[in-house]
Design a protein around this ligand. Structure first.
Ligand code: ZN
Length: 616
């Protein structure tokens, strides 16, 4: 057979495609240039969990997205490079690799230090190169069946215009959105991902990085995916747990600040996963790194068993992945891998990283969290407690039941809805003349167009006043997701439903803009942080000034739809952390936006002309 036929045959037989890890471990040699410390036959024996991640590159893995939050120096770029090399052989499609912000950094780190040495050292890859050496360059490699583009995210033009089957984004947390009010562009990560739209259903998007902040799009994607964690069995009691650097405060996992406070204790009174001798000190009382090395070990969270570094290889071989987000779309795989899972990182290394964290004036535990624990750093500034929510239950003179109006002078009833993957949540609230909001009813519908019919069922009265019924006069629906479906529904609603969209700005309240392609429709925009500050902090937590009320018979399931809200960082950087399954809270936020719109004294954004004719 010709050389070409040999190459072609396996490629179009998807059933025959081996697992990426199996193929790589039996075919690839890692050259010294790519891995100065461990060149030689490619092997994942010392980190068996990496096979589970690499195998997502298989065309039939079912994963269309793979977001890997991983500690530093755990060969994530090598894993990505090997995955791409595999796909040049099996089910080849055009590949784009984005290596951080700068194209010259990507050229050096991805092409020159990894892809080129890997292709040149391995016959199975070398045969894919074309005869003309100019076809195999730093930023573009044309191969027998596909081509690899390597670029940086710094210039949007690098990301636009091409069609890709696979997009890999390395160091994704370092890719920043260049905010510009003149030309609102999508985040560069989204621009890059959008290159795969012609391959929809067959695309593969890989992102890997150490995380930095909760607000970064990379971490949000990690949390929105399956959010797998690697569980390993205790060598003594055989119970499974994930390696974590954590401590407990009472029955709860300590916050980062509380964990930090245990740094002066070798073995705190309450559980901490990594402990060492309290006597591991120098003469001046400071921690002695060499003495910490002698005594540091891991404590089994189930039964307190002592786990040492030599237990780790067998534990890692027996790993079981466990999803922390079981509601994730099955095509969205994500995983978090702290440095505990590195074969080279010892428990003492983690202990020393923890006590050697720098002072509070510099970064505190932030670097330790990002680089070792593969966790974003958060400094929680405000935490909404469930008891705060229960205190919003209408009582005494204000008592009312769900489905009835509260005993106050109502200005308007306002509806709101928040479309989700599986269902759309809706709610109806009453707003009084002082802008207090009373939630009076809520529920879900299966599809966005169902909102057109259900609103006719909303007809409420005060208990005992059945003749005086009232209906919501308009509704606000979140159009951040399923945008065109929402716009179309609003257009058909006869000026009842209006689309809304939150922004990441930090000041202002709301604005509106004309939707040119949807005649008669206005988009109401609002500042998400300001809306959440008002709803969760001022109205619910502090219960000052304008209030927010639940009916007297509100149930715990509905309260749960508002709980878990946290504001992180402080001052101008303060942001509300994204909370999963907070659709009921988002509906209340929509009703609050409605109250802003009908208010005369509210500050509106200056991005829209003052024109109230299209208002609800
Ligand atoms: Zn145990």
């Amino acid at each position: 057979m010709s050389r070409l036929a040999n190459l072609v045959l396996p490629h179009f037989n998807f059933d025959a495609a081996p697992m990426p890890s199996e193929w790589a471990e039996s075919n690839l040699v890692i050259p010294k240039k790519m891995s100065p410390n461990s060149p030689g036959q490619f092997s994942l024996d010392s980190r068996p969990w990496a096979r589970f991640i690499l195998d997502k590159f298989h065309p039939d893995s079912g994963a269309r997205r793979c977001d890997v939050a991983i500690a530093v120096q755990m060969a994530k770029t090598t894993l990505m490079t090997v995955g791409c090399a595999y796909r040049c052989n099996f089910a080849p499609v055009p590949i784009m690799i984005v290596g951080g912000m700068s194209a010259s950094f990507a050229k050096r780190e991805i092409s020159e230090n990894r892809l080129h040495p890997l292709f040149n050292s391995n016959e199975v890859l070398r045969t894919l190169k074309l005869h003309d050496p100019h076809q195999f360059r730093g930023l573009e490699m044309n191969l027998a069946f596909n081509r690899i583009l390597v670029t940086g995210a710094g210039s949007d033009t690098n990301l636009a215009g091409s069609t890709q089957g696979i997009v890999c984004i390395d160091e994704a947390s370092k890719i920043e959105h260049q905010h510009s009010t003149d030309a609102p562009e999508a985040h560069p990560i989204r621009l890059a991902e959008d290159r795969t739209k012609d391959f929809l259903g067959h695309e593969f998007i890989w992102k890997s990085s150490t995380p930095n902040s909760h607000n970064h799009i990379f971490w949000k994607d990690v949390e929105d995916g399956s959010f797998d964690h690697l569980f390993v069995p205790c060598p003594h009691c055989k119970e499974y747990f994930p390696f974590e650097f954590e401590s407990r405060k009472g029955s709860e996992i300590a916050t980062p600040g509380e964990l930090e406070q245990t740094a002066e204790e070798g073995k705190p009174a309450e559980y901490r996963s990594v402990i060492w001798s309290g006597d591991a000190r120098n003469a001046d009382g400071t921690w002695s790194k060499s003495k910490i090395r002698e005594s540091a070990h891991y404590v089994c969270p189930h039964n307190g068993c002592k786990i040492v570094d030599s237990d780790k290889p067998a534990m890692m071989r027996a790993f079981e992945p466990e999803s922390y987000n079981k509601k994730a779309d099955p095509s969205r795989f994500s995983i978090r891998v702290p440095s505990f899972y590195s074969p080279k990182r010892t428990f003492a290394d983690l202990a020393i990283g923890f006590v050697d964290r720098g002072d509070l004036l510099t970064t505190g535990l932030q670097v330790f969290f990002n680089h070792e624990l593969a966790k974003p750093w958060e400094d929680i500034d405000l935490k909404l407690k469930d008891e705060d929510l229960w205190k919003c239950k209408a009582e005494a003179d204000l008592s009312y039941m769900r489905g009835f109006l509260p005993p106050v002078k109502i200005k308007r009833l306002i509806a709101a809805a928040d479309p989700g993957q599986k269902e759309t949540h809706w709610g109806v609230g009453a707003v009084d003349i002082d802008e207090n909001i009373y939630m009076i009813d809520w529920g879900t519908v299966l599809s966005i167009p169902d909102l057109l019919a259900i609103r006719h069922q909303w007809n409420y009265c005060r208990a005992g006043h059945e003749k005086n019924k009232a209906r919501p006069s308009f509704g606000i629906v979140d159009s951040g997701d399923f945008t065109s479906e929402v716009y179309k529904m609003c257009q058909r609603s006869g000026s009842f439903w209006w689309p809304s969209k939150g922004s990441d700005a930090t000041t202002g309240e709301w604005g509106k803009s004309v939707l040119k392609n949807y005649p008669g429709l206005m988009l109401y925009t609002y500042v998400d942080k300001v809306a959440k500050d008002e709803l969760y902090d001022l109205r619910i937590r502090r219960r000052q000034d304008r209030r927010f009320f639940f009916p007297s018979n509100v149930d715990p399931a509905y309260i749960a739809g508002y709980s878990g809200q946290e504001r992180i960082d402080r001052g101008v950087r303060a942001r509300w952390k994204k909370v999963r399954h907070d659709h009921d809270g988002d509906v209340a936020k929509g009703i609050q936006l409605g109250s802003w719109i009908i208010s005369n004294r509210r500050i509106r954004g200056d991005d829209a002309p003052i024109d109230r004719t299209g208002e609800p």
